[in-house]
Design a protein around this ligand. Sequence first.
Ligand code: FEO
Ligand code: CA
Ligand code: CA
Ligand code: CA
Length: 627
Amino acid sequence: MSDRVSFDEFDEMNYPRPDRTDFDVLVEKALSRRAFMRGAGAAAVVLGAATALPRSVRAASSVSRLAFKPVAANTLDTVTVPEGFSWRPLVRWGDPLWSYGKDFDPATRGDAASQAMAFGDNNDGMEIFHHNGRTIMAVNNEYVNRDIIYGANASKKPETADDVAKGKAGHGVSIFELTNAGDGWSVVKDSPFNRRITADTPMAITGPARGHDLMKTTADPKGESSLGTWNNCGAGRTPWGTFLACEENFNGYFSSSNPDLVQTAAQQRYGVGIKDWGYAWATADERFDISKHPNEPNRAGYVVEIDPANPQSMPKKRTALGRFKHENAEIAIAANGQVVVYLGDDERGEFIYKFVSAGRYAAGGDNGDLLDDGQLYVAKFSDGGRGQWVALTPAATGMASKAEIAINTRQAASAVGATTMDRPEWVAVNPHKAEAYCCLTNNKNRGQKPNAGGDATPVGGPNPREGNPYGQIVRWVPDGADHGADGFAWDLFAIAGNPTQHTDAFAGSSNITADNMFNSPDGLKFDTRGLLWIQTDGNYSDKDAFAGQGNNQMLVADPETGEIKRFFVGPKQCEVTGLTWSADRRTIFVGIQHPGEKGDSHFPEGGDSVPRSAIIAVWRNDGATMV
Ligand code: FEO
Ligand code: CA
Ligand code: CA
Ligand code: CA
């Protein structure tokens, strides 16, 4: 028995429970689960019972479903894929999407006009859509690498109004058509579907917050429309063919020209303050000055729904899905047809949410505004592997209206005692069975500091380690195999760690080894086969607590067996984020975000080139399907 902590030990440490019953033993025997799942206690037993026996066939098989030779961790300034696979860039920051756009100029690094015609910076969540035989990709451009995009300025900072406009145009969403005439995928310049959505694109505000006093500004006295979307991190796709761009760190763009302005409690909860994070938007666009436009930050932090097949359509900020630092938006359909959207709030000690639509999804019907009306819930995890979705209603939260809950969602969730989490990143729903997974990326404050609302962050439950530097992946199975249910069973699918540096809980769960270890899981997506892809956004120092983990990476896990294998290593100082694939499943597209964010990368062109965020295509040399 390894002296590293196992799932069993974690579970025992954190969730004392009655002795196992004969029924538990029978279920475990039937399932032939791996050691890490056997004994994972009440949660695993419930999972096993709820998930039925067909799994056991695959779980008992000795044949891995992860059919590739894993790649070793490394710190190279390139992409590493397994033997028998190849890759090449599809599109890079600054590549024009129209033939009248200017090619990327590494000397100037572009200006506002060229950036408005080009792929944005820091690509993140992405999805591919198929419309009348055309292939359309929609990609978030989360933020800009200021040292790089302003690298032609001596200060490496935005200095002029054009610099600010370039930065705003580097944000948002890029939408473009792809084609493959047999020699690989490429961007179709000048396609009628090509579109840039930036921090200045007109948006409709829809759902409960539309028209509320907190949404009204000088420019929009009705509180019904706003300009732009920014810091779009993870994404989502609806069954009716729209893209969901999720606004994450929206607060970092606001500042106050009055340095003595006292922040309101609501601004403090969301980190809206006197200084921005170096984007300088308020210097050229007054709406980002909170001393003059205090309600403007209330109009950001939402999930934005975009129709990629209709370039003239106005994006809609779906306020019913709540306002917080959204990660992705993962959709499931409840047994009765209601649309369920799982949502994480990526901040230390914030929460996991679920929206359930009032209306029901109808294939081929009018589903256009399903995300405007419904109930938002927040997750409460209990010891013993059980959990509950708590409805955020005026009665439960003490708030006056659904609109207020939609705007000050964090405060609503705190009011009902939701479980403070280790930074929820992407949620992924298994397409083959009723279960969902969420990356809890890391949390140095766990057990040490409350969240920004003063809620305690005790060690335990799905957040079992103090000062958590590595992260973990929590999994839940809704009661009755129905994502619409209020109750769920949960366990931890993987606890990241470093078994070469630790012998305690920080070594990780028993499915983490010296050969597959990683830190800070973030992107998470199931493929069509039910395999789970894990992308990381963590410490790439390759030293000390992170020794042997190398650059950020992408791994594949088999949820049936717990097996995890490293598929891919990114270049230096990047994050690997965003995954989608072609309809024939023979090419996957992977996002490389901020290579060289601290100055040490020349990805993807090498030499002494300017590093550029990029989407890369990966395929098998034998042309077989991959996902
Ligand atoms: Fe943009 Fe939480 O990652
Ligand atoms: Ca992320
Ligand atoms: Ca992250
Ligand atoms: Ca990032």
